[in-house]
Ligand binder design. Structure first.
Ligand code: AMP
Ligand code: ZN
Length: 140
């Protein structure tokens, strides 16, 4: 619990939220300013700023709830699809510094795009550059 965190305040029950599901370690509630009907946030109950700050168990708890809820959200709002994603860090657009997964119902006739548009234009990377990045990530 972090006193000045709005999502910790929701977990504590100090501010209201439209809770749709809860487990021991995760909570799901409707986004107060939704991108589409049914836009839901799934959070760890413990204050964790970024995805990498979650324990493996917390990470599983959050994604398990995403997995369970996605079809239920779609059915509730008659959605055709979802965009499921995390703004992981301020440079990626994270405004609330308590990690959260957005589950955004999508519709065939909405005016949104794929998640790729979130990252701007594509870099022109050579095979060597891609090989070097893969090696750097894998540590091999
Ligand atoms: P992000 O930019 O990924 O940090 O997204 C934060 C999200 O939290 C936004 O979509 C907000 O609409 C949502 N949000 C902020 N405050 C609340 C709140 N009190 N209850 C529900 N959703 C909220
Ligand atoms: Zn918090």
């Amino acid at each position: 619990m972090t006193d000045d965190c709005i999502f910790c305040s929701i977990v504590a029950g100090d501010i209201p939220a439209r809770t749709v599901a809860e487990t021991d370690e995760a909570l799901a509630f409707l986004d107060a300013n939704p991108m589409s009907p049914g836009h839901t946030l799934v959070i760890p109950k413990a204050h964790r700023s970024r995805v990498a700050d979650l324990s493996v168990e917390e990470s599983r708890a959050v994604f398990d709830l995403v997995h369970e809820l996605a079809p239920e959200i779609a059915a509730a709002v008659d959605a055709d699809a979802h965009t499921i994603g995390v703004n992981d860090g301020p440079d990626a657009g994270q405004e609330v510094p308590h990690a959260h997964v957005h589950v955004i119902p999508r519709f065939a006739d909405d005016d949104g795009g794929p998640i790729h548009v979130a990252a701007g234009s594509r870099p022109d990377l050579s095979d060597d550059e891609l090989d070097a990045i893969a090696s750097s990530i894998s540590g091999e």
